[in-house]
Design a protein around this ligand. Structure first.
Ligand SMILES: Nc1ncnc2c1ncn2[C@@H]1O[C@H](COP(=O)(O)OP(=O)(O)OP(=O)(O)O)[C@@H](O)[C@H]1O
Ligand code: NI
Length: 301
């Protein structure tokens, strides 16, 4: 498989009054074209900083101390700002965890999506752009796109807002979609549907997707490969089957042991309207994506 992004020995620090915080301590990561790479790790391990640094969105307090981020062989940290900006603008789109902050509250959805499309496809006429926007919303599962285009973001639910954000990201036809915990702000059933949407987008567009997730079980379902991050480093990476069957790092083992259900390879349950298992087993995606069992009832290993 072709490598699309190579991160080498990336070291990012935050200078604070009380000292230097090392958020990324030499991250090495290869992202392959066309894969869904899920990055999983505990809160504070550096997932968002990694995503933002790749996307060129690191806040000004963050210092890239050393390392390389190569996109199709071009080191974005070594080339000119203008060049790296042009490459990033063309190649990457980013979806963040809170759709609220991604949308302008005082601009109708249609207008803000149109602004993005105008930049990306200046040759399109206004009617052609409108058709493109309607189609983009349909592609993310919005059944009444004309109505949504005419609304302000506050009129939409959290899940609908995130769909709009994803549709807007896709308007840019990026090679790589970076999504940083895109479902954290959503309630569990909606979160499951949004993750399904990423899988769908991947299947349709053969795009490279980097999906940061908290939940290892969700990563198993959606990833081609899984990268485990711990204390500012990628400590393990591999196909999901390898990582789940033969975890090498103690943190990966601990994460796997913490899963409420170990029967991840089992067939999916159909959608259920109710749930009879213990509350602990009711993980956000369990009813739609895999059979959940009460703790202790299964030990697949
Ligand atoms: N703007 C900032 N200023 C100072 N420290 C920061 C800043 N942003 C992140 N950090 C620190 O960098 C480290 C990594 O943060 P990051 O947000 O990448 O974690 P994360 O893995 O995304 O966590 P979460 O799962 O909670 O989103 C943390 O210790 C965090 O406190
Ligand atoms: Ni984060």
């Amino acid at each position: 498989m072709k490598k699309i992004i190579e991160v080498e020995n990336l070291d990012v620090r935050f200078l604070q009054p009380q000292g230097e915080l090392r958020a990324l301590r030499g991250v090495d990561l290869t992202i392959q074209a066309g894969e869904i790479l899920c990055v999983v790790g505990e809160s504070g391990c550096g997932k968002s900083v990694l995503c933002k640094t790749i996307a060129g969105l690191l806040c000004k307090e963050g210092v890239i101390h050393s390392g390389a981020i190569c996109y199709e062989g071009v080191d974005l940290l070594a080339c000119s700002k203008q060049e790296s900006r042009t490459i990033r603008k063309k190649a990457f789109a980013v979806v963040l965890q809170n759709p609220q902050t991604a949308l302008d509250p005082v601009m109708k959805v249609g207008r803000q999506m149109d602004e993005v499309l105008k930049l990306h496809r200046p040759e399109l006429s206004k009617p052609a752009r409108r058709l493109r926007l309607l189609d983009a919303l349909k592609q993310v599962g919005i059944h009444d796109p004309a109505r949504v285009l005419s609304q302000y973001p506050h009129a939409l639910s959290g899940g609908m807002k995130q769909r709009v954000v994803i549709a807007t990201a896709l308007l840019k036809e990026p090679s790589v979609l970076l999504a940083d915990e895109p479902t954290t702000a959503l309630d569990p059933t909606v979160a499951g549907r949004i993750l399904d949407l990423f899988a769908d987008v991947h299947k349709r567009n053969h795009m490279t997707i980097v999906l940061v997730l908290h939940d290892l079980a969700a990563a198993y379902h959606f990833a081609s490969r899984v990268a485990i991050m711990y204390a500012g480093k990628i400590v393990e990476i591999g196909t999901k089957e390898d990582v789940f069957a033969h975890p090498l790092h103690p943190y990966t083992k601990a994460l796997l042991d913490a899963l409420p259900s170990r029967n991840l390879g089992k067939p999916r349950l159909p959608d259920l309207s109710g749930f009879a298992f213990s509350e602990e087993a009711m993980r956000p995606f369990s009813s739609t994506h895999w059979a959940a069992v009460p703790k202790g009832a299964s030990d697949a290993r």
